[in-house]
Design a protein around this ligand. Structure first.
Ligand SMILES: [Zn+2]
Length: 185
């Protein structure tokens, strides 16, 4: 059996989300922190006091996971600050992204290899789901172990869409597996 734990349980036990009262004391007035049910928040975002290595693990989880594909600094700030806060979060995010080897490698190429935005013309007499469009809806509250939805839309024939519960941490192979399982049974 796979074990599914609640976000709150994970935050309570994982050192990445630790809250050290001594460390955050000087921030309370300076940053207008509020304590709700024993947990400190800044504007609804959980305060994190963990060590640098934990913060880096946290930032990394929002940067290197397959579904994120190395977002830039602005996108990263949005992602990381949605639920969590610490005083130098923005700087830490900047430093992490600037230090990412993968991002640096991609930067050398001044013409990023993006596919041109040309319309995809439907194939005549296409079979249902012969051409599909994939999209991920991520950052959802965890439900039955899933935090994301994969949408598969039939582009050419019916425009029908299939919604498959999945996880943000999935690889391309996992995604292909889901499509085979749900679309081409
Ligand atoms: Zn990167």
């Amino acid at each position: 059996m796979r074990k599914v734990i609640a976000q709150e349980e994970m935050e309570a036990t994982d050192p990445i989300y630790a809250q050290d009262e001594e460390l955050l004391k000087p921030w309370i007035n300076a940053h207008r922190l509020k304590k709700i049910k024993g947990t400190w928040y800044k504007d609804g975002r959980r305060v994190v006091t963990g060590r640098m290595e934990h913060k880096q693990t946290f930032i990394q989880a929002h940067h290197d996971a397959p579904v994120y594909r190395h977002p830039g600094i602005n996108k990263m700030r949005q992602l990381v600050s949605r639920r969590y806060w610490w005083p130098n979060m923005q700087q830490d995010v900047n430093d992490y992204v600037r230090g990412c080897a993968e991002c640096q490698r991609n930067k050398i190429n001044t013409q990023p290899t993006k596919a041109p935005l040309s319309p995809i013309f439907p194939i005549r007499e296409a079979m249902p789901f012969e051409t599909v469009a994939l999209d991920f809806i991520t950052k959802l509250p965890i439900s039955q172990g899933y935090d994301s939805i994969l949408t598969v839309t039939d582009h050419d024939c019916t425009k029908a869409a299939v919604f498959i519960p999945c996880k943000e941490s999935m690889t391309a192979e996992d995604t292909a597996g889901l499509i085979i399982q749900h679309i081409f049974p």
